[in-house]
Ligand binder design. Structure first.
Ligand code: PMP
Ligand code: GLN
Length: 434
């Protein structure tokens, strides 16, 4: 019999996976290929050609190695509702175990369309305008690969979620980031910079609201500015709305497709991972005009073809329950406050987020007092200094950009952890207070 790792908890499996990832960094003589552009675009390629795994994997591995509390990678440390898990188990027992239809199972496509109608008043045809994907990640990749190529420019916000930069590089398009800048009302879009960044080569505006990593929820005015640029440049908007239900303090999530004349040029992407605390299930979707969705499906079917047969009907049921996503934001807002208070007490300056799983904390005073180079060094030292892991904000910026310079001493912390975990983290972080 071959030996195999025992059946263990998720935590241990995760550690093993991350350790395997980490070995990538020690491989030599890697072949040439598109991976290099991806690694460069996401800041993972060192000048001597070595490649690292994603910052999320790296920091989770650091937490696992050191026993530090992992406030880096954004995943809940408690699973989503039992009823949704039970529905997936039932679906397996009922035989939903072979390839589902290419566009996704009809009940989930209908559930997505119905959700968009009930929540936002959007009219979406479940048969021609919805495509189920392997998480939002695949929807993003398929959309950008389908619609942009060499010579095209894709505008994103900066800081940006890493996969946005990666798929633009894979498509061979040019990434044009536009800054979100910290202010008294959170990170705000520099609308003038957005207009200045647009050109006749702008093909896609790739927007993300609520925004990872800043926690900003774009206002209607900011979204109007995006829409105006898209109309003027005849560009497509791809909008990543995976945190659509995770907003706080009455901040309203405005789907870009609800703005006048925008549904016809917008691909809206979301996923069940964040809404239902099931990030490992990877059930996502994209909807928009049928011609755009057909283009995305054409690429998507050669990325994974299909996935998640038993999870799709379970998520379909969940999407009809308008109460399920409402409980999470309330408890998340309390956990956000707990972490923000603790970070302030530890000497960070915090930009209070209006949504998502994340808070950006400026550690300039701590970095200076400890004589460190920047936030990245603080992140590497944080397990030993305070028994906590966070992500350096520069991982979400392009080397040399104004946003990179502005955020060089800032860290992203996640608060999607149980209250006791956050209390322990806050107690540990107090060790940083000068
Ligand atoms: N977009 C953003 C902004 C995210 O933060 C994430 C991951 N959490 C994703 C997309 C990927 O979503 P999924 O896990 O559904 O692929
Ligand atoms: N979206 C998660 C985050 O921002 C990470 C997902 C991943 O590791 N790719 O932390």
């Amino acid at each position: 019999m071959t030996s195999r790792p025992g059946r263990t908890t998720w935590g241990v499996n995760t550690i093993e996976a991350h350790c395997r990832d980490a070995t990538l960094a020690t491989m030599t003589a890697l072949p040439r290929g598109a991976w290099q552009g991806v690694a460069r675009a996401t800041g993972l390629l060192s000048p001597d050609g070595e490649v690292a795994s994603t910052i999320f994997a790296e920091m989770s591995a650091l937490a696992a190695r050191t026993g530090a509390i992992n406030l880096g990678q954004g995943f809940p440390d408690a699973d989503g509702p039992e009823s949704i898990k039970a529905a997936a188990i039932r679906a397996i027992e009922d035989g939903h175990n072979q390839y589902p239809p290419g566009p996704g199972v009809p009940e989930l496509r209908h559930a997505v369309a119905d959700h968009q109608r009930r929540r936002y008043g959007l009219a979406v045809d479940p048969d021609t305008e919805v495509l189920i994907t392997t998480g939002a990640t695949e929807a993003l990749a398929a959309a950008v690969l389908a619609l942009a190529g060499p010579g095209d420019e894709v505008i994103t916000l900066e800081p940006f979620y890493d996969s946005h930069a990666a798929v633009i590089a894979l498509a061979g398009a040019t990434h044009v980031p536009v800054a979100l800048t910290p202010s008294a009302t959170g990170f705000r879009l520099d609308v003038d910079a957005l207009r200045a960044a647009a050109s006749e080569r702008t093909r896609i505006l790739l927007i993300n609201t609520p925004h990872n990593p800043t926690g900003a929820v774009l206002t209607r005015d900011e979204l109007e500015a995006v829409a105006a640029v898209a109309r003027e440049r005849d560009a497509i908007v791809v909008t990543d709305e995976v945190y659509e239900h995770l907003t706080f303090d009455g901040a309203a999530h405005v789907p870009l497709a609800t703005l006048p004349d925008m549904a016809e040029r917008t691909l809206t992407i979301s996923s069940s991972g964040k809404t239902f605390s099931l990030t490992g299930w990877k059930i996502g979707w994209v909807h928009g005009p049928s011609a755009l969705v057909t283009a995305v499906r054409t690429v998507k079917q050669f990325l994974t073809y299909v996935s998640g047969a038993p999870f799709q009907p379970a998520i379909a049921d969940a999407l009809y329950d308008d109460d399920a996503p409402r409980e999470l934001p309330e408890s998340l807002a309390e956990r956000r406050d707990l972490l923000c208070d603790g970070l302030r007490a530890a000497g960070f300056d915090v930009v209070v987020p209006q949504g998502t799983y994340f808070v950006v904390a400026d550690a300039t005073r701590i970095v200076e007092r400890l004589g460190l180079a920047d936030g990245a060094e603080l992140c590497r030292r944080l397990p030993e200094l305070a028994g906590v892991v966070a992500i350096p904000m520069t991982a979400f910026c392009r080397e040399g950009s104004p946003a990179h310079a502005r955020l060089r001493s800032s860290l992203r912390f996640t608060f999607v952890k149980q209250e006791q975990t956050l209390r322990d983290a806050v107690t540990r972080l107090a060790a940083l207070a000068g």
